[in-house]
Design a protein around this ligand. Structure first.
Ligand code: GDP
Ligand code: MG
Length: 247
């Protein structure tokens, strides 16, 4: 397996597919937050062969920013799969995910990372659905879709924003855990299957992308259904095993 050279305390995994409009601005903002807050953090972008040249822009940027690395998979394999690929290519004790489209506010990073660095939680989820969280510029249809996805997901976890794509966690949470890299919702996968004691939901302002196109579509909604079914089954089996061993 190819290991990323810059093993930092924190790895920020950024899946990209056709994000040439925002990727440089995103990297500038995130690297600024990293140095401003003195974080020992690296950014690992996992690009799936974006035909718009996103990978070339990242390669150029990484020449002057040694904490930015690119993993180029050359074939579109999906968001969750890109995240798991990123997790497997670093040894950082703290891992997390952000979208490259600037929906996930880079200035919220210290509010998610400090609770993990100070051992106040095992998972920190950027949340639109706790007091203080907000959504800007989303069409009503997209908001309803997200809310519905959260309602269905609430049978699996008490976290309010189960569809969040902006989250960080300690590596030990997923060590030895069989993450299924299906679809878009990797945070839910970590929340249901991970080994942890405490989750913190950190409010932030989600801002809809101002350029480029969302890759969320019918296929991803169908995959979410499949993922939910798999997670219900997983939880039921695990619960059964735990009950049997406690008898
Ligand atoms: N590597 C990779 N990244 C993807 C893929 N699909 C989406 N992304 C990235 O995942 C992030 C979230 O996707 P986005 O289209 O913003 O979804 P939305 O926020 O739910 O509308 C963005 O940074 C995308 O570029 C994929 O198949 N492969
Ligand atoms: Mg997005």
């Amino acid at each position: 397996m190819v290991q990323i050279k810059n093993n930092h305390e924190i790895s920020i995994i950024v899946p990209t597919y056709n994000e040439k409009e925002t990727i440089i601005s995103f990297l500038e903002k995130v690297t600024h937050q990293i140095s401003k807050n003195n974080f020992d953090a690296g950014i690992i972008v996992v690009d799936d062969g974006s035909p718009d040249g996103t990978a070339d822009l990242i390669t150029n940027f990484s020449k002057t920013h040694t904490n930015v690395a690119l993993l180029n998979r050359r074939e579109k394999k999906g968001l969750a799969s890109a995240c798991v690929y990123g997790f497997n290519h670093t040894n950082s004790p703290i891992l997390g995910v952000m979208d490259a489209d600037l929906s996930h506010a880079p200035d919220a990073l210290p509010y998610l990372l400090n609770p993990l660095l100070y051992n106040m939680c095992d998972i920190a989820v950027g949340s639109r659905y706790v007091p203080g969280g907000r959504i800007l510029n989303w069409p009503l249809s997209r908001y309803m879709q997200s809310k519905l996805a959260c309602i269905v997901g609430s049978l699996l976890t008490s976290v309010k924003d189960v569809t969040s794509g902006f989250f960080f966690f300690k590596r030990e949470v997923i060590e030895g855990v069989p993450l299924n890299p299906l679809g878009f919702k990797i945070c839910l996968e970590v929340l249901v299957k991970g080994n942890y004691q405490t989750v913190m939901e950190v409010p932030y302002t989600f801002c809809d992308r101002i350029s480029g196109k969302s890759k969320m579509g019918l296929k991803q909604i169908r995959e979410y259904g499949k993922q939910l079914a798999g997670l219900y089954k997983y939880k039921k089996n695990r619960h059964g095993i735990l009950q049997n061993t406690s008898c």
